[in-house]
Write a protein of this length. Structure first.
Length: 451
């Protein structure tokens, strides 16, 4: 008996230690079994308490009266499947007549408390079937991306969602995106993850980094074009517009619209072209868009209008030509001048890291997902990398990108440097990778070394 007691104490102590120090290990060893039993045993009473039951049908009441049986109680949604995952449980429910998927979504917070889970989200799979995803611990506290991801051309994993699912950046579904975030919010790490994920794909990367290139130029070996100041950026964007027009001419030449050609063979964008004729897609990353929109004199104002016009044209017309925009900034509102709101309307994907004021969150989600504004301003300062992502459908989720150092991103870009395509239109902007010449030290006083 003493040995059994000691063993039980050791098991409880090990479970407590794992739950404190390694929540993921605790979930895989103890948590998943305990949570599954808790959900199955409490399911009926929890559904009834949350108002997710319906009265018995008339034929069941009539059958009970005819056979002198007790009156049947209310019926909860039927469990189709309970599947444990690496981070939680997935519960698939078949709704009863009269129930709606919104009822389950509105009860997610109550379900989280009743089942003692960390988080609960729901989504409708099809008519009458709802999937409830429950997480057993805070998966965003220490991001561990799944080893198996559904990577496809122009679709790359960049972050982890709060329900344990992988967040993908799919350019063919969401061509253009806007990423906002204050200083030290994790915006640069998100951008590095995106570049590192795209480095192994057949895609041309073009960067505009007006902070003298400190963010994107270390990754230059994988880029087909780079600009580190607004003047070069204006010329680079004009070259991209010309490249887009040349791609449209190629598509027009290959459309082959005749009476005897099936509709499926008619080309409308680069993805309808044969592989041997398809131009390489281009992803344009703008590190700080405000630097392109600010001006101090008439000459800079003309340059600014030229840049914003080129960005708006690429956002409106670039998808079919395989030109995709990733625009980052700390703020992106009408105070940046004319044309900015028109450009923002073309950016379907929205991602907001920690922001300093509510108006910045409204810039990202005010016109597509008002509920996400409150979530964006509640991101704590001690959780860099946590962000709210949404799109024009109104849905949103909390995500966090795994920490990727600049050294890791540089190593990835160097490994796939041979995949950087040479585009004739971008040849003048191809980064020079020779040995840098010695220059005079900048007029910046360095911090003296401590003894």
């Amino acid at each position: 008996m003493t040995g059994l007691t000691v063993t039980l104490v050791l098991v409880v102590a090990a479970a407590g230690f794992l739950r404190w120090r390694r929540p993921a290990w605790y979930w895989l060893t103890f948590g998943v079994a305990l949570a599954s039993l808790r959900v199955l045993f409490r399911y009926g009473s929890v559904m009834d308490a949350c108002g997710l039951t319906v009265p018995p049908s008339r034929w069941r009441l009539a059958l009970a009266r005819a056979t002198s049986r007790p009156v049947p109680g209310p019926r909860a949604p039927r469990i189709l499947r309970l599947r444990p995952t690496r981070t939680g449980l997935v519960l698939r429910l078949k709704l009863r007549p009269g129930q709606d998927a919104f009822d389950v979504s509105a009860s997610c917070d109550r379900l989280r408390h009743s089942f003692a889970m960390y988080g609960v989200t729901s989504r409708e799979l099809r008519s009458g079937v709802v999937e409830v995803r429950m997480t057993g611990y805070d998966v965003l506290k220490r991001v561990q991306m799944s080893a198996k991801t559904d990577t496809r051309p122009m679709r790359v994993p960049v972050a982890l969602r709060e329900d344990g699912a992988v967040h993908y950046r799919d350019y063919r579904a969401v061509p253009h995106a806007l990423t906002l975030g204050a200083t030290e919010s994790g915006k640069s790490v998100y951008q590095r993850n995106l570049v590192a994920a795209l480095a192994s794909q057949r895609v041309a990367l073009v960067g505009i980094d007006c902070k003298q290139g400190v963010e994107l130029f270390p990754l230059a070996r994988r880029f087909s074009g780079l600009a580190d100041n607004p003047d070069t950026a204006a010329e680079l964007l004009d070259a991209l517009v010309s490249h887009m027009e040349d791609v449209y001419q190629l598509i027009r030449a290959e459309q082959r619209i005749t009476a005897n050609v099936p509709d499926a063979e008619i080309a409308a964008d680069i993805w309808d072209l044969p592989d041997n004729l398809r131009p390489v897609p281009v992803v344009v990353l703008v590190d700080e868009v405000a630097e392109l929109a600010l001006f101090a004199n008439k000459e800079q104002e003309k340059r600014r209008d030229r840049i914003i016009t080129a960005l708006a044209r690429l956002a409106q017309l670039g998808r079919a030509a395989g030109v995709y925009l990733e625009i980052c900034g700390q703020r992106f509102g009408s105070e940046l001048g004319k044309g900015i709101t028109m450009l923002r309307a073309q950016l379907t994907g929205r991602t907001a890291h920690r922001v300093n004021d509510e108006s910045s969150a409204n810039m990202a989600f005010g016109d597509i997902a008002p509920d996400a504004v409150l979530a964006a301003i509640q991101i704590p300062t001690d959780m860099p990398g946590v962000a709210i992502t949404g799109d024009s459908t109104g849905g949103w989720a909390r995500i966090r990108a795994p920490h990727t150092s600049l050294r890791q991103a540089v190593n990835t870009c160097n490994r796939y440097a041979d995949l950087a395509p040479d585009l004739p239109a971008l040849a003048p902007f191809r980064p020079v990778l020779g040995v840098p010449k010695p220059v005079d030290a900048p007029a910046v006083e360095s911090i003296p070394a401590t003894a």
